[in-house]
Design a binder for this molecule. Sequence first.
Ligand code: ADP
Length: 262
Amino acid sequence: MIPQLIADARKIVIKFGSNILADQDGRINPAFLNEYANEAAGFIRAGKHIVIVSSGAQAAGLSTMEKWARKADIHYKQALCAVGQVELMGAWRRAFEAHDLRIGQILLTQDDFGDPIRTLNMRNTLFTLVDEGIVPIINENDTVAVEEIKIGDNDTLAAQSAVLWSADLLILLSDIDGLYDKNPKGHPDAELVNEVRDIIQVRSQISTGGTNSFGTGGIATKLDAAQRVMSYGIPMILAHGGKPKALEALAAGTQRGTAFLV
Ligand code: ADP
């Protein structure tokens, strides 16, 4: 199913979680970005249109502002993201330049998605960039997004962006092979769910012991994202982004993942 979804999709939103862009020590690894840019460029050469949602500003900031690493103050965290966002985009720019591709930065907040004029502007900018062969890279605007008005996670941001751009497919690349019947970290017998057609039913079925597995980890926001895009007729793939040539392998059917089908 996954190779078919990718083959059929012309407009694809790909979201990279920060844990796959960063090394074990929490620093952005340019080699990873080069690899993903290489694969995205392959998709573009095959005639697909790509929008990227990239986390990692904080991790990139830490690489530059080491002395701020232990600052818990929210303003320092936002300042760290402001510094890191530049580093992150610099790394993406260099990664895509190797393929003669330019990138465009789009920073958004929750408020932007609630305002019809802003959403229209965002949509037009996205369409223009992509039409001109530029790869838009979206992230949350951490400088203005304080806790109360935060989208909060890039799974939701990616889903909202996919809907806004009328994408054909959303791919979330995480540090997990896909959706399991229980949290695989701590449950070695957890089994991968290959396909999801009824997201509501799946959410009610999958639990660990007495506690719902979706309360922990980041899987809840991934299912929220699936539910959101599926309600607009957009399928989603959740897969491991840390495997070699993950996008190509998914397209070729040599890497597994979970397909959320509409
Ligand atoms: P990312 O940073 O890529 O957004 P997260 O760490 O936020 O990823 O979310 C993925 C994590 O969700 C997995 O590493 C896993 O430990 C946890 N998780 C909890 N329950 C499940 C489940 N049923 N299936 C898959 N992952 C789960």
